[in-house]
Design a protein around this ligand. Structure first.
Ligand SMILES: Cc1cc2nc3c(=O)[nH]c(=O)nc-3n(C[C@H](O)[C@H](O)[C@H](O)COP(=O)(O)O)c2cc1C
Length: 200
């Protein structure tokens, strides 16, 4: 499978079987995903991996009993693994205070960064993780944390300031329960609408 194949065939999967992943599969995916580029090579992306009971604790933290009752994607809740990539701003600030980066002026405070590279890098890693999951024959879905980021950080002990870009559910797809999101009906915008050659 090529990268182009994985991108073409990939679809967000929100229905999983309860079949567990083989031991070491998620660690292997993370090990490969962490090879994406990072600003200043500071490698400030860290991955919270939640399996079985820990994944259940994630849902207890983010999905109230009320919302769970009519949650439209019950098959998402049985995904055997959840991975949350976090960007750690302190690592970026410290790296950009080093001699070869200090002239950027970004080595004092995360608030000075017009583009928070810890989020850029975490998003790169999140995409790589999804492509690697597809390559492995697994299903996956990236979804937002919305206003639950702080609760997840506290529940699972993420360090102060760490930012999560979202969560990736990974598992064996359950095709019998496949139900695309309403967003998919939007279709794909034509290339000439999004490609601005030479001028917007
Ligand atoms: C930044 C981002 C946030 C997303 N948040 C959610 C989400 O909260 N819930 C969800 O079901 N899907 C979420 N998605 C998945 C998108 O809905 C999905 O990628 C899009 O509809 C295209 O469908 P496809 O991935 O099957 O091609 C998110 C995707 C991205 C990139």
């Amino acid at each position: 499978m090529t990268v182009a194949d994985a991108l073409r065939d990939r679809r967000s999967c929100r229905s999983f079987t309860d079949q567990p992943l083989a031991p070491g599969v998620v660690d292997g995916l993370v090990d490969r995903a962490r090879r994406t580029p990072t600003a200043g090579n500071c490698q400030g992306v860290e991955f919270l991996v939640l399996e079985s009971g820990e994944a259940a604790a994630y849902w207890d933290t983010t999905l109230s009993a009320d919302r769970r009752a009519d949650f439209p994607w019950p098959g998402l809740l049985v995904a055997p693994a959840l991975v949350v990539p976090w960007g750690v701003p302190d690592r970026y600030v410290a790296r950009y205070a080093e001699a070869d980066k200090v002239r950027t002026g970004l080595g004092e405070s995360a608030g000075d960064w017009s583009v928070p590279y810890w989020l850029t890098d975490a998003a790169f890693a999140a995409m790589a993780l999804q492509l690697l999951a597809v390559e492995e024959g697994l299903g996956c879905c990236f979804f937002g944390l919305f206003d639950h980021e702080a609760a997840v950080a506290e529940r699972f002990g993420a360090p102060d300031g760490a930012r999560a870009v979202g969560t990736i559910a990974i598992g064996h797809p359950d095709p019998s329960a496949f139900r695309p999101s309403g967003s998919v009906d939007r279709g794909r915008r034509p290339l000439d609408e999004i490609l601005h050659r030479g001028m917007w």
